[in-house]
Design a binder for this molecule. Structure first.
Ligand SMILES: Cc1cc2nc3c(=O)[nH]c(=O)nc-3n(C[C@H](O)[C@H](O)[C@H](O)COP(=O)(O)OP(=O)(O)OC[C@H]3O[C@@H](n4cnc5c(N)ncnc54)[C@H](O)[C@@H]3O)c2cc1C
Length: 591
């Protein structure tokens, strides 16, 4: 089935569901207006639809090949990447001083969504590069910015993130890669990193690895970790020529999905040590890496949205053409399109509402990041920072869970054909499955939410966000329409459940009942995610905008569907959280 980037849906989510008006009214980006955004997205969509999306299935079959330390990517990737570089898509939100366009990150995140939707494997290369740009922009010296940012922004050079080692996954502090100071101020990095996305490939002229390592003599654990820039090719100070650094890809992982994204085992410093340059301060590497990871977390959330959209489009089309069975009311003897069956219709509605809701959460998260980083008023910056901090783990986890759920439903809608690889929907499901795992597993995100984010500024982040939802609920209740009143009542109930559970978690935290807090973390995140989802869909339903993608009544129906069929699960989640067994240790002993 021909794929088309969902530009209208994206613009609707940005303008009518998320707080785009806050970006525009801030006047921080004078060029930002409706027609600019539309033109930008339509241009990026052309590249996504015509050059990247057609590679998705063939690249999945071909994968990448490792030979003598060199990785050849799937046929077509090099050419598509060249188009991406030539059209400067990587420069959108980059710093102007280094060749960037200085536009809001929200637009860069939306463009990244287009790459994600068209081919998730391909999208990982520009996504990791954006993370490296972010880290160097925030923590690099002027020399480092001049040296690396211009070519990373264009994409001529790509970036990677090297945290994971066999014994150091979620617990990054357990890493063993070492760094030794050289007399010239550089460092010799030695160690092996695993699972490095696009650690080696043939699409960019150079690969700028950001590597976490421990400087000899540094403390054990998280406080002794530093971050290094370790380029694949490095400038010889005498000849000024680029020569190969002491690093090599020694293996490619065979994976469940994203087959065309090379997941590399990287060996640094097998000979004399890979030459690296400290980024930020010694022993402050994790803080620097988190700058990169927050950007990456939101973009991984967008991968969930992208893969859900892809599966939705194909499944919806299939449900309107596959004929099977008679109409349930016996009105005809002919076979009907399967969407006529209420069970299939419900799956499609679930897929669409989850996809739209997760997109809006991620966009509002991106807007909050932009305003937190750029607004001239400190108080406003702080307000948006609270929101960004709260929404980042939710965007990452909830949207990636949506990606898995929607792509699984997509297989179900296709029946047996869904399980057959040629159809393509099985690939979406396989590809979607990594997103809840990398960039900090969803379990770790949930822990971040209940241990750190709930407490920041004495619970102000949660309170502010719930106030936004209350405002939406109030607007629905004022509509003098039974459907909107149902939506409002259900939103009010969900808000009460969040308030009850938040209190419970904070009480347990004070009592040091951390086992109960952590046991409930993922349920709390889900509770938050679906409530936020309903809030954004309701805003879409309240909008009177005539953006031609769904009628007003269809938008209300979708919000009502989500409210009555999905949001109502908040009651069960809240019950589950509040009745968390205080003797949880028994469960462990039972095994
Ligand atoms: C395809 C792919 C691409 C990747 N790309 C990169 C990359 O580019 N760069 C990079 O550095 N890494 C990369 N990774 C690594 C990825 O980020 C890790 O796999 C991930 O962080 C989880 O670490 P782990 O695999 O060691 O699992 P573990 O940490 O062993 O986790 C196993 C399970 O235990 C849970 N768990 C662990 N610790 C805790 C805790 N304290 N509390 C509660 N639950 C816990 C986890 O949530 C998970 O469910 C990639 C991985 C894959 C598979």
């Amino acid at each position: 089935m021909a794929f088309a980037s969902p530009v209208k849906q994206m613009i609707f989510a940005l303008k009518e569901m998320a707080n785009y008006s806050d970006l525009v009214s801030s006047k921080l980006w004078p060029d930002l207006d409706d027609s600019f955004v539309e033109t930008l997205l339509n241009e990026a969509a052309k590249l996504a639809d015509t050059s990247i999306a057609p590679l998705n299935q063939s690249a999945d079959k071909a994968g990448s090949i490792l030979k003598n330390g060199h990785v050849s990517t799937a046929p077509g990737f090099k050419e598509a990447y060249k188009e991406l570089v030539n059209s400067s898509w990587g420069t959108v939100s980059g710093l102007k001083d280094y060749g960037g366009q200085g536009l809001p990150k929200t637009l860069a995140v939306m463009i990244q969504e287009l790459w994600n939707t068209s081919c998730m494997s391909f999208s990982l290369c520009p996504m990791l590069t954006q993370g490296a740009i972010e880290a160097i922009s925030h923590h690099g010296t002027d020399t480092q910015k001049n040296e690396y940012l211009p070519k990373l922004l264009t994409g001529e050079w790509s970036g990677t993130m090297n945290l994971t080692e066999p014994q150091a996954g979620s617990d990054v502090g357990a890493l063993k890669t070492s760094a030794k100071r050289n007399t010239d101020g550089s460092y010799s990095v030695k160690g092996t990193k695993i699972y490095i996305t696009f650690g080696e490939h043939d699409m960019a002229e150079n690969i700028i690895h950001l590597v976490l390592a421990r400087i000899e003599g540094a403390p054990e654990g998280n406080n002794g970790i530093s971050l290094f820039i370790v380029p694949k090719y490095i400038k010889n100070e005498k000849s000024k020529e680029l020569e190969k650094n002491d690093l090599i890809c020694i293996g490619l992982e065979d994976k469940l999905g994203i087959h065309a994204s090379p997941t590399c085992v990287m060996s640094f410093g097998e000979k004399s040590g890979a030459k690296g340059f400290l980024l930020g301060e010694e022993n402050r590497g994790l803080a620097c890496m988190f700058t990169m990871m927050n950007n990456a977390r939101l973009n991984v959330g967008m991968q969930g949205v992208g893969i859900a959209e892809r599966s939705l489009q194909q499944s919806f089309a299939y449900s309107k053409e596959r004929k099977q069975g008679r109409h349930y009311d016996g009105s005809s003897n002919n076979s009907v399109n399967i969407i006529e069956h209420p069970d299939v219709l419900k799956m499609i509605l679930k897929m669409e509402s989850l996809t739209q809701a997760s997109r809006a959460i991620c966009y509002d998260n991106a807007i909050a990041i932009d305003l937190a980083q750029n607004h001239s008023d400190k108080k406003i910056r702080e307000k948006y920072q609270l929101k960004a901090d709260l929404l980042t783990p939710i965007s990452k986890s909830w949207a990636t869970n949506v990606g898995v759920e929607v792509s699984s439903l997509g297989i179900q809608v296709h029946g047996g054909m869904g399980f057959i690889e040629d159809t393509g929907v099985a690939q979406y499901y396989r590809d979607s499955r990594i997103a809840p795992i990398y960039e900090g597993t969803n379990g770790i995100q949930a822990i971040d939410l209940v241990t750190r984010k709930l407490k920041i500024s004495d619970g102000l982040a949660v309170k502010n966000f719930l106030n936004e939802i209350k405002e939406t609920s109030k607007k629905c209740s004022e509509k003098n329409d039974n459907d909107f009143i149902t939506i409002s009542n259900n939103l009010n109930d969900a808000i009460s459940e969040i308030e009850t559970c938040t209190e419970k978690l904070l009480e347990w935290t004070k009592q040091n009942k951390m086992r109960s807090v952590l046991f409930s973390a993922s349920d709390y995140l889900e509770l938050f995610g679906i409530t936020a989802g309903s809030h954004y869909l309701s805003r879409g339903a309240l909008s009177e905008s005539s953006i031609d993608f769904k009628s007003l009544s269809a938008r209300k129906d979708l919000a009502l569907f989500f409210s009555t069929q999905i949001l109502v699960n908040t009651k069960a989640l809240s019950n589950s959280i509040c009745s968390t067994n205080q003797n949880l240790e028994n469960f462990l002993e039972d095994f």
